[in-house]
Design a protein around this ligand. Structure first.
Ligand code: IPE
Ligand code: IPE
Ligand code: MG
Length: 270
């Protein structure tokens, strides 16, 4: 074995050890959602154009997706483009869309080989035709994969999603398909883009901003929040492990008191 390849395999086995430790030390979140923020600032600090940050951010996506699949995370939702992001300068939007097309093209095969299913939430119809086409093909190819769902939020906003759900529910009430009395949490959730996906256990936001920016408003009612100053292009698997460790130290009480949680064994983290 050459010197460099033995170094790589040492790094690999160290990583696997860390993952095994994480799995032993507590519950691995079933669903992780990430607000991938700070690409522009990362680039600016280096005197580079904003797009350089977005490009580097793709490397973070690759590393985090791979690590999540290896850890046994079942759903990973990434906020890639918000409804509000359409307000950015046209050149930036164009570059982001091109980067999305290129990334979908180059990564789909790898996702498929790793048994990962690609999904998308958001106003997909508002995306450029080429993006829609790449997305459609990637989703079709990976639709039967079982290991993990990679869910991309594109042209997504929580309020938009809630309003769309309300409109559909109203239509179904009018048609007599459902009764007003039947509307509850469960029914409402089934009208969201995320129908069938459990609510996120852990929401990570990079780059230190203390806000939700219209992401998964309904779904994060009881999600654990983790905000790090690390900018998205610098965020790699070791930062993800840190976030999961932090999550494992918490007690999720869902409105109850600590003793009830312990007695019922409800808290997977304890
Ligand atoms: C996140 O990084 C990527 C998108 C919103 C598409 P930003 O582009 O928001 O980077 P900052 O927040 O300006 O640093
Ligand atoms: C949130 O980041 C959206 C994405 C990460 C895609 P923004 O950079 O758009 O959020 P604000 O505008 O700072 O709240
Ligand atoms: Mg930002």
């Amino acid at each position: 074995m050459s010197d460099s390849s033995s170094k790589v395999s040492l790094k690999l086995s160290t990583d696997r050890k860390i993952q095994e430790e994480l799995k032993r030390s507590g519950e691995i979140p079933t669903h992780i959602a990430i607000i991938m923020d700070g690409n522009g600032r990362w680039a600016k600090r280096r005197g580079l154009p904003r797009v350089a940050g977005h490009r580097e951010g793709v490397k973070s996506v690759r590393d985090v997706v791979e690590a999540c699949a290896q850890l046994g995370v079942k759903y990973l939702t990434l906020f890639a483009f918000s409804t509000e992001n359409w307000r950015r300068p046209k050149e930036e939007i164009d570059t982001l869309m091109k980067l999305l097309i290129r990334t979908l093209r180059s990564e789909t095969e790898k996702l498929h080989k790793n048994d990962i299913k690609l999904m998308a939430i958001g106003d997909i119809d508002s995306l450029p035709k080429e993006v829609r086409q790449e997305l459609r093909e990637a989703m079709e190819k990976t639709k039967n994969n079982k290991r993990m769902v990679l869910n991309l939020a594109l042209s997504y906003s929580g309020r938009w999603e809630i309003i769309e759900a309300v409109k559909e529910i109203a239509k179904d009430v009018k048609r007599g398909k459902i009764k007003v009395e039947e509307i509850d949490d469960k029914l409402f959730s089934s009208y969201l883009n995320t129908a069938g996906i459990p609510d996120p256990d852990l929401l990570i936001r990079t780059s230190g901003e203390l806000r939700i920016s219209n992401f998964l408003l309904w779904q994060i009612a009881y999600t654990e929040l983790y905000i790090t100053d690390c900018l998205w292009p610098d965020f790699r698997r070791k930062h993800l492990y840190e976030a999961i460790r932090d999550y494992q130290r918490r007690e999720r009480r869902f409105g109850m008191i600590s003793e009830q949680i312990k007695k019922k064994g409800l808290n997977g983290n304890a």
